[in-house]
Design a protein around this ligand. Structure first.
Ligand code: TMP
Length: 259
């Protein structure tokens, strides 16, 4: 078999040329980084879980009419996606204060924000993905005004949907990061949701205990990373039947103990 061509290697994924023009294969690695690559590690099995979780969320978003790059999952670690021209902006959506927002503005972690907040970072590893304003995006032409309107509309829609999806399984969606890409049709382009949505780029807290079920476990040396990612997958109904039953049993035992 011909060796496929690697297009790009990022911190958590490798991109390969897809089988047809305009497609790409996303390979999910177990590598984890934080603080712009200053902290590095491996979370065994993370790639498999993120591949499944991202597939699930992108499929669900597609079903409500949000255009995404996702085509289909190929195997445990790979998915086929549409090739896009990535917009060099990380779109951060926040419902609850945490992380860099709390640090920057001195707002206590866990405080519900008065309204959903959208922030933008310029995607540039060498600069550490700095926070930028919409004026920077317009000034340097990273995205047009029409594209920014579309991006914010889609981000709000994704947030509303994901808040509900996670609330239904007892998880508070604190914040998350989205990336968008352009697909071209002659001289016209349109935007679709790209990259991944997984516990690597979301803050997910258990609604009852506030336990962190996301990459903050790695960033903050809390341990139990893979168990947390597994718990998210399990609650989304993505793990085999036996393991799901185990959780149901545990839940029932907990309830009995509580009574
Ligand atoms: P922050 O509080 O560190 O700015 O992160 C906000 C959210 O965005 C959090 O859920 C993690 C996610 N995120 C990424 O996915 N990639 C990044 O490079 C950064 C800085 C944040």
């Amino acid at each position: 078999m011909a060796r496929r061509r690697q297009i790009y290697e990022g911190k958590a994924k490798i991109l390969y040329e897809g089988p047809e023009p305009g497609t790409i294969i996303q390979y999910f690695k177990d590598d984890a980084t934080a603080f712009n690559n200053q902290k590095k590690g491996t979370i065994n099995g993370k790639g498999v879980l993120n591949n499944r979780i991202s597939e699930h969320i992108f499929t669900a978003l597609g079903a409500i009419g949000v255009p995404t790059h996702f085509i289909r999952r190929l195997n445990m670690r790979e998915q086929l996606v549409r090739q896009v021209e990535i917009v060099p902006i990380e779109v951060i959506v926040r419902n609850v204060a945490a992380g860099s927002l709390s640090q920057r503005l001195g707002i206590e972690e866990g405080e519900q924000l008065p309204r959903t907040l959208i922030e933008y970072c310029y995607k540039d590893d060498a600069l550490g993905d700095p926070l930028v304003a919409e004026e920077h995006i317009a000034c340097f032409g990273w995205a047009s005004q029409d594209e920014m309107n579309e991006i914010t509309d889609m981000a709000i829609r994704v947030n509303d949907f994901m808040c509900g999806l996670f609330a239904a399984i007892g998880i508070r969606l604190v914040d998350f990061k989205l990336e968008f890409g352009r697909i071209w049709d002659n001289e016209y382009s349109r935007l679709i949701l790209a990259d991944e949505i997984s516990p690597d780029g979301c803050r997910l807290w258990d609604m009852k205990s506030n336990e962190k079920l996301d990459k903050d476990r790695f960033r903050r040396d809390l341990g139990g990373e893979v168990e947390a990612y597994q718990e998210v997958a399990r609650r989304l109904g993505l793990l085999p039947e036996g393991e799901t039953n185990e959780v149901v049993d545990l839940d029932q035992q907990r309830k009995k103990r509580g009574k």
